[in-house]
Design a protein around this ligand. Structure first.
Ligand SMILES: [Cu+2]
Length: 423
């Protein structure tokens, strides 16, 4: 069987799963909102929420673990593993104190299980294959049933062959909404999962054996410019739920243009007396951090991992450092055999971002911005704070006159006592 027909079969299987869901609809059930009155829906940029329905008072949902054809950004796709056709899997939204039944169908080529990370559940529902349950065999469907006791931001992932399955993208959010709204109500609520991948140029799948040299860093399994911006209104109170189920690295996630507080972790709500202002939140592997702030300054504000190699994409790291080296003689000789040859990185690497790249790759490619190329990628997205967030959400911020850094006027420099250094 070729790959295409295999994928088609996968599609049929998913269709059958959905039909199974429809069969549930014939029983006494209703679609029920998971958000408490006064609350707002969680938005998972580039992702979705798991459809659930109430069947005789129990919330029911269905996860399908499967191989997925995934686009990391326009121009770069690979085969990953995920849930319900995507990575991360759909965000599961539940209600505190409301019983839930989650069916998990395994369409992977190996066993799996699902662990509800951070949630307190009966031990046999914890999803640790071998310790608390048998692994879900290939092709079988298991049932998890529990009652979430505490509202909060949690995650789910396999606890069978974790190294492979998590590295290939099997991660997702599980959000438990409070029965009654608590804390200050927010106007926007986003969920962003950090992840890291090793995807050599030309490879069909990410390499789960990577332990340090990850070359593809993502929010919700998308690399900039593939990340959907977070668009909010000026003065709105915003919640961003960050989760990290990457294999190895903690990510210091930095927001420009505002100051926030960490209001909760997957362990619970941070008491108000223990909160303090921050502009960077370290999100350790296996943890969630919930940020809240008021977006009071309009603009296009970067939000990115502050590890510089994590705001880059798919570059190789085995190149000698040539910054400042004069390679013109080498370049001239090389051009006799390789027309257009240029030694990498002699004056820094910014200018190389506009070079042509191989097919299905995203190496050091700049994104056109309103003032020139944006030279960051990877774990990078944009928080767009706008007077009217509905107007032109895809466009760039229009700066008021006189508020953009630009070439200094010599007369102003002189008046301010600034002298150009002799070159
Ligand atoms: Cu990072």
């Amino acid at each position: 069987m070729d790959r295409r027909s295999f994928l088609n079969l996968g599609g049929l299987a998913t269709g059958a799963a959905l039909l199974g869901g429809r069969a549930l609809a014939a029983s006494p059930s209703r679609k029920a909102p998971v958000v408490a009155p006064g609350g707002v829906a969680v938005v998972t940029p580039n992702g979705s929420s798991l459809p659930t329905r109430l069947v005789r008072g129990v919330r029911v949902g269905h996860l399908v673990a499967e191989s997925v054809e995934h686009e990391f950004a326009p121009g770069l796709s690979a085969e990953a593993w995920g849930y319900n056709g995507g990575t991360p899997g759909p965000t599961i939204e539940l209600v505190e104190g409301e019983r839930v039944r989650i069916y998990v169908t395994n369409r992977l080529p190996e066993p799996t299980s699902v662990h509800w990370h951070g949630l307190v559940v009966p031990n046999g529902m914890d999803g640790v294959s071998g310790l608390t349950q048998k692994a879900i065999p290939v092709g079988e469907t298991y049932l998890y049933e529990f009652t979430p006791r505490r509202a909060g931001t949690y995650m789910y992932h396999p606890h069978y062959d974790e190294m492979t399955q998590i590295a290939l993208g099997m991660v997702g959010f599980l959000i438990v909404h409070p029965r009654r709204p608590e804390g200050q109500p927010v106007d926007r609520d986003f969920a962003l999962m950090t992840h890291e991948w090793s995807l050599p140029v030309g490879a069909r799948r990410p390499d789960p054996l990577a332990m340090s040299d990850f070359n593809l860093l993502t929010f919700n399994s998308r690399a900039f410019p593939g990340t959907e911006p977070l668009v909010v209104g000026v003065g709105e109170r915003v919640r961003i739920r960050l989760g990290n189920l990457g294999p190895m690295d903690h990510h210091p996630i930095h927001l420009h243009g505002l100051s926030f507080q960490v209001t909760a972790t997957d362990g619970g709500t941070v008491p108000e007396s223990a909160r303090y202002p921050e502009t960077t939140a370290l999100v350790p592997v296996g943890a969630t951090r919930v940020l809240e702030f008021v977006a009071d300054e309009p603009g296009d504000w970067p939000m990115h991992c502050h590890m510089t190699h994590h705001a880059m994409t798919q570059m190789g790291h085995g190149t000698p450092n040539l910054i400042g080296a004069d390679t013109s003689a080498v370049d001239a000789r090389m051009r006799r055999v390789v027309p257009g040859y240029m030694t990498m990185g002699t004056t820094g690497m910014g200018g190389m971002m506009e070079m042509p790249v191989p097919a299905n790759s995203l190496p050091m490619r700049a994104t056109p911005g309103p003032f020139g190329p944006i030279e960051m990628g990877g774990m990078f997205t944009i928080l767009k704070v706008r007077e009217n967030p509905l107007e032109d959400p895809d466009g760039w911020y229009r700066h008021p006159a006189g508020t953009v850094a630009s070439l200094a006027d010599p007369a102003r420099m002189k008046a301010d006592g600034i002298q150009e250094p002799e070159l």
